[in-house]
Ligand binder design. Structure first.
Ligand SMILES: C[S@@+](CC[C@H](N)C(=O)[O-])C[C@H]1O[C@@H](n2cnc3c(N)ncnc32)[C@H](O)[C@@H]1O
Length: 289
C-alpha cells in the first residue's frame, strides 16, 4: 500500500549512514528514526539467527541490499541477487562508497531472477529470504532450489510476511489508528469510512487484494518444514510499517514518539495474545533426507 517512491539523488540505503531523505515521501528511508524502528529491527532478527564467522551467505531478493551490506561488514562472504536492476545498481553504488569496505567480507550484487538463476550447488552456509518468499510463485520449488544451494547442515532463514493471517482484531486496531490520523490530516493512506465495521471490512479487503500477496502462511510453512529441520519459529510486529511509511505528522518530535508508540503497542498486542502477528521468522537446517 505504501506509495511508490522515487529514490533521491545519492540516496544511500545504509543502516550505518542514516540521514533524512525528505523527498522520499512514501518511504521509511525518509527519516532515520523510521528505519531504526523497521528495517534495522528486521536486520537484528536476521543477525541473531546467524551463528559463526566468515560464512558464505546467499540473499535472495536483496532489494536495496542493506542487509547483505551489514552481513558483509560482519565478515561474511555474501552473494546477493535481485531481479530489479535499479535496486541492484543502487545496492552496488552504496557498497562502493561504504566506509567499511576495506575491512568487510566479500560482497557481490547480481541482477538475477532466482527462478532462472543457476547458482552453485552446496556452496552456501546460509540462504536468506527477507520479505520476498510471499511474493514468489511456487514456494516449494523456490525452497527446493534454495536447499540445493546449501551445504549439508546449512541454514535457511526466512523473515516473511503472512498476509492471510491479518485478523479482525488487528484490522480493528489498525482502523482506530488510521482513522485518527486521517481525521487529523496526518496520513497518506487511502480514506477509510467513518463507520467502524465498514472501515474494518475495507482494511480486510484491501489486504487480501494486494497483488504482491501470493503465498499464504501455510503455502510457505508447509514446504519449509518439509525441506528443512525447524530450529526456530518466532513472530514479530509488522502491521505498523504501512502506517509509518504513510504517516505525515508535521512536528518531527511528535512523529518520532508516535512511531515508537505504535510499534510498542503492536508488540504488546502480539505478546498478550490480543492480535495475530503476520511477520514470522523461520530458521531451519538442511539435513540428509
Ligand atoms: C519487499 S522487497 C524485500 C527487499 C529486502 N529483502 C528487504 O527485506 O527489505 C522484495 C524484493 O524481492 C525481489 N524479487 C522478487 N521476486 C524475485 C525473484 N524471483 N528473483 C529475484 N528477486 C526477486 C524484488 O525485486 C524486491 O526487490
Amino acid at each position: 500500500m505504501a506509495t511508490h517512491t522515487r529514490f533521491a539523488r545519492n540516496f544511500t540505503p545504509d543502516l550505518r549512514r542514516l540521514k533524512s531523505w525528505p523527498s522520499m515521501k512514501g518511504s521509511l528511508w525518509r527519516q532515520p528514526y523510521l528505519i531504526e524502528l523497521t528495517y534495522a529491527k528486521n536486520f537484528q532478527l536476521v543477525k541473531e539467527s546467524i551463528p559463526g564467522k566468515k560464512l558464505k551467505i546467499l540473499e535472495v531478493g536483496c532489494g536495496t541490499g542493506f542487509m547483505s551490506l551489514e552481513l558483509a561488514r560482519m565478515g561474511h562472504y555474501v552473494t546477493a541477487i535481485d531481479r530489479n536492476k535499479d535496486l541492484v545498481s543502487l545496492a552496488k553504488r552504496t557498497a562502493s562508497t561504504d566506509p567499511y569496505r576495506k575491512t568487510r567480507g566479500g560482497l557481490t550484487f547480481d541482477i538475477a531472477n532466482f527462478d532462472r538463476w543457476t547458482g552453485r550447488p552446496e556452496a552456501y552456509d546460509i540462504v536468506l529470504f527477507s520479505r520476498v518468499l510471499h511474493d514468489m510463485p511456487q514456494p516449494e520449488r523456490i525452497l527446493s532450489k534454495a536447499r540445493v544451494q546449501l551445504k549439508e547442515f546449512g541454514r535457511i532463514i526466512c523473515l516473511e510476511y503472512a498476509y492471510n493471517l491479518l485478523d479482525r482484531r488487528a484490522a480493528t486496531w489498525l482502523f482506530q489508528i488510521r482513522r485518527i490520523l486521517e481525521v487529523a490530516g496526518w496520513t497518506q493512506l487511502p480514506h477509510l469510512p467513518e463507520k467502524p465495521h465498514v472501515g474494518v471490512n475495507k482494511i480486510m479487503r484491501e489486504n487480501s487484494e494486494r497483488k504482491q500477496h501470493i503465498n499464504s502462511y501455510n503455502e510457505m510453512r508447509k514446504p519449509l518444514v518439509k525441506l528443512f529441520d525447524e530450529e526456530l519459529l518466532s513472530w514479530h510486529p509488522y502491521h505498523y510499517w504501512d502506517i509509518l511509511a504513510n504517516m505525515r505528522i508535521p512536528d518531527k518530535r511528535q512523529q518520532k514518539s508516535f512511531a515508537a508508540l505504535l510499534r510498542s503497542i503492536e508488540e504488546f498486542l502480539i505478546r498478550s495474545g490480543e492480535i495475530q502477528p503476520v511477520l514470522f521468522r523461520f530458521v531451519g537446517t538442511k539435513t540428509r533426507r
